[in-house]
Design a protein around this ligand. Sequence first.
Ligand code: SF4
Ligand code: MG
Length: 337
Amino acid sequence: MEKILDIKDLKVSFHTYNGEVQAVRGISFELNKGETLAVVGESGCGKSVTSKAIMRLLPTPPAEIKEGSVIEFDGKNVLKMSQQELRELRGAEISMIFQDPMTSLNPTMTVGRQIAESLQIHRGMNKQEAFAEAVKMLKLVNIPNAENRAKQYPHEFSGGMRQRAMIAIALACNPKILIADEPTTALDVTIQAQIMDLIKDLQDKLGTAVILVTHDLGVVADVAHRIQVMYAGQIIERGTKDEIFYNGQHPYSWALLRSVPRLDLGNKAELYSLKGTPPDLIKPPVGCPFAARCEYCMPICREEMPPVTKLSETHEVACWLSHPLAPKVESPIKTGG
Ligand code: SF4
Ligand code: MG
C-alpha cells in the first residue's frame, strides 16, 4: 500500500490559564492512498486537534506542537513548511470539511463562485472555465438543478445541500487527502447517511484518501477501511473495520460499540451510555487513561501505562487485558445479531 501521510510521535499542547493541556500525547499513524481512516472518540480526545495539526490550522499560541512530524506524499514535513508552501498544500493537496458548513461558506458569494475561485487560484482556470467546472462539481455531489443552484447563495441551500456544496469545494482541486471532521453531526439521520454515501462514492471515483473524524462509530460502519480509537490524546486501539467491530479488545472501544443503535436488536436493546468523564490532561494519569471509568480496571492499570499489544498486522491495542498473564475477559459485544 502506498503511504501518503505519515504522522510520527505527534504531541500537541494548549497553554491555558490553568496550565498546559496535553491534548495530543505522542500519536503515530499512517494514511494510505485511497483509503478511509476513521478517527473515533468522544469530544476532547484529541481527534480534531490532530486533524487541524496535520493542516497546520491550530492557532499558535495557545496551541503548541511540541514534537513529531507530519510527512506528506512528497516527503515534506508539513510542520516545517513555510506559509507559502502551506497555502499551496491546503485546498490543492489536502482539503478539510467541517461540521458546520455555514462557518466555512462565504455568505456573500454565490456557491458557484466559491468553488470557481479555488479552481482559479489552484488550477489556473479562467472565470468561465472555472464556473463551468463548478457546475460539474455540484452535479457530482448530487445537487439537482446545478446550473441554477450555482448562482444561489449559501442561505438558499438546505443544511444537507450546504454540506454537499462544502464537499464540492473541498474536492474541486482534486486533493489527494480529504479530512472530514464530524461532517454529518449537524444533520439528521437520513441526510447523514446520504452524505456518507456521497463521500464513499466520490472516493471510489476520485481515489481521494479520507480521514474521517467522528464521535459516532455508527457513522463509519459503511465507509471506513480502518478505524483508530482515541482516548485522552492517545490512540488506544486501531484495526481494520472488521477487527474493531467484530473483535475489538479495548473496554473503551466496547463502550463506543455498545452506544451504537442496532437495527437488528430493535427497541429491545437499551443504548449503553458510558459514565464519568475523561481525565484532566493538565495532569494526565500515570497509568491507563481509561482506568477511572473502566469496569475491568486492575491495580496495575492505575500504576503503569498499558503497553501496545500487536494482535495482527493491522490490529493493535493498548490495554493490560491483552497481556498474556491477565485474566480472560469476555467481550460484551454481541455480534452476528
Ligand atoms: Fe481498563 Fe486496565 Fe485496560 Fe485500561 S488497561 S482499559 S483500565 S483493563
Ligand atoms: Mg471536534
